[in-house]
Design a binder for this molecule. Structure first.
Ligand code: OOB
Length: 538
């Protein structure tokens, strides 16, 4: 059985093949190219894996899963942090032809349950080190929500016969990979979302592989690259822009860090002579602050380039990167749905400092629409519309949401407000989607509003962004309640429901009634304005 997804129309698919974007190769090819290479592929603390070892371990794992009843065409839910096992697992599942959701390590019950109930996985791979999997109670709940799960493989599960460590060492004799066809779903990316339930993005081998190869060219990735992954490794930025898969394609080295803190990353950069990394803007600010406090950037001497994306980088921070960190800046404006824009290293300084770059592909069609979907002239701000050889054509199993996210020609409306200059470079000016971008971590307002409204004392809830110097944006919940309730109790309520910590409101305020627009929707623009006014007065 293949995983259903919305395909590209035949004429576009033919063009993408003709132009050499789609090679009809599965993503397993990335590792296949290097399977006899003894060079280091991943450094994960004291663990160092060569390409050959990664190829062997992923074969072992694939064969062991097959013996446990996992089949080609199945789906899987995987939650692993920034560990080499994530990549071993990913290649094993590509080899088996199992389409997985790679949940972020910060995800909790709500997110995992939502993903599992959408894809009905047969396989769950998780880590005993995650609080949710310390005992079996959540596994039982998850299996109720997703009864097709028949195999549960846990990392750090001692000597258990179904421990990930056990499966990786069960030798695979004569294992032959059976990836899904290159124009089928390879795995699911996670949408930042703007709706009540987190949406899944089917990515095919063909489209993803193209974005990886093309990113490598633009980002100057080669066998000498030593790339530090300090953002969540399962996020699209860290996986493919150029991310781990880009580095593996080129035969370079991935160095893993559990988080982007300077105290953790600076010594890793020095020890492993890291040349490249990708960060979100708040991490850049913290790195700059550390350099200023220590009065030295000596530990970063090997770092040649830094990519910054996920949220808007301010020009003032951008200006400090070259001089204070001693490396070149590349801005990255991407989305898990597909389209990725980069500034190029040979762009003029103004472009690198003040724009979010231009698309990867000559066949990325990007234009700016007004609120009625009509094209706007160059240099005006409006809605980003795009389609292309690696931009998806529909969320998994979401016909209603797809109907409003795409126009009749298959252009995806990302919800970003952008401007495109004469040279084709994009500047992100704002956002129309109901989402908070908390330093690169995305919060769908509706998801949290729904959870807040499940508290017995909450009558109405609105979640909006407030500006924050470090994070860019933080979240504020504005509530109408039936009786006084403490902010701590509301946060506890959200934690009890099991939602990622970064989605908890940073601020909670109470009002008698939420302001409404003339059509009767909550007037979030007014709420944001009122909060900004309050902030200005404080
Ligand atoms: C990346 O992917 P997602 O899916 O977590 O978030 C996409 C959204 C964009 O629609 C935009 O609203 C925002 O994140 N965004 C930026 C930005 N990069 C992403 N907003 C302003 N400036 C930027 N440079 O965030 C992502 C995926 C691949 C590569 C890089 C980032």
């Amino acid at each position: 059985m293949t995983v259903p997804y919305t395909r590209w129309p035949d004429d576009l698919a033919a063009r993408y093949r003709e132009k050499g974007y789609w090679l009809d190769l599965p993503l397993t090819d990335i590792l296949e190219r290097h399977k006899t290479n003894d060079a280091t592929a991943v450094v994960d603390g004291d663990l160092v894996l060569s390409y050959r070892q990664m190829a062997e371990q992923s074969d072992n794992l694939a064969a062991a899963l097959l013996r446990r009843g996992v089949k080609h065409g199945d789906t899987a839910l995987v939650q692993l942090g920034n560990v080499a096992d994530l990549y071993v697992t990913q290649f094993a599942l590509f080899k088996l032809g199992v389409a997985a959701v790679y949940a972020l390590f910060s995800h909790q019950r709500t997110e995992l349950t939502a993903y599992a109930s959408q894809i009905a996985p047969t396989l769950l791979i998780a880590d005993r080190q995650h609080a949710l999997f310390q005992d079996n109670s959540f596994i039982d709940t998850l299996c109720q929500a997703a009864p097709a799960i028949h195999s549960v493989i846990l990392r750090n599960d001692g000597e258990h016969e179904n421990a990930l460590e056990t499966l990786k060492t069960e030798t695979a004799t004569g294992y032959i990979a059976t990836p899904t066809p290159a124009d089928e779903v390879a795995f699911f990316q996670l949408s930042g979302g703007s709706t009540g339930t987190p949406k899944l993005i089917p990515r095919t081998h063909n489209d993803y592989y193209y974005s990886i190869r093309a990113s490598d060219d633009i980002c100057l990735i080669n066998a000498d690259t030593r790339y530090l992954i300090a953002l969540p490794a399962a996020h699209n930025f860290a996986m493919s822009s150029p991310g781990s898969l880009g580095v593996f394609y080129a035969g370079g080295q991935v160095i893993l860090a559990a988080d982007p803190s300077a105290t953790l990353c600076f010594p890793l950069i020095e020890k492993h002579q890291v040349t490249d990394t990708g960060l979100v803007p708040p991490a850049v600010s913290l790195w700059l602050q550390t350099i200023a406090e220590w009065g030295s950037n000596a530990q970063l001497a090997s770092l040649q380039r830094i990519q910054v994306g996920g949220a808007k980088l301010s020009e003032s921070v951008a200006r400090r990167i070259q001089s204070e960190m001693g490396c070149q800046l590349q801005q990255v404006f991407g989305m898990a749905e597909g389209l990725v824009n980069y500034t190029r290293f040979d762009d003029d300084e103004q472009t690198i400092l003040t724009t979010q770059g231009r698309p990867i592909s000559p066949d990325d069609e990007v234009w700016v629409a007004d609120e009625n979907g009509h094209p706007l002239p160059e240099g005006t701000t409006g809605r980003l519309m795009t389609r292309g050889p690696y931009t998806f054509r529909g969320y998994f199993n979401s016909p209603a949401h797809n109907a409003s996210s795409f126009d009749s020609e298959g252009f995806y409306c990302s919800g970003d407000l952008i401007e495109i200059n004469a040279a084709g470079n994009i500047t992100v000016q704002g956002r129309e989607k109901d989402q908070i971008n908390r330093g690169g971590e995305k919060i769908a307002a509706e998801e949290i509003e729904n959870l807040l409204q499940r508290h017995p004392d909450v009558i109405h809830a609105a979640l909006v962004s407030i500006t924050d110097e470090l994070m860019g944006e933080k979240s504020c919940a504005i509530l109408v309640v039936s009786q006084p309730v403490k902010a701590v109790a509301l946060r506890r309520h959200l934690r009890d429901l099991g939602v990622a910590e970064f989605k908890l409101p940073d601020r909670i305020t109470f009002v008698d009634a939420l302001p409404l627009t003339p059509v009767g929707k909550v007037d979030k623009k007014l709420l944001r304005q009122q909060l900004a006014d309050q902030q200005a007065q404080a």
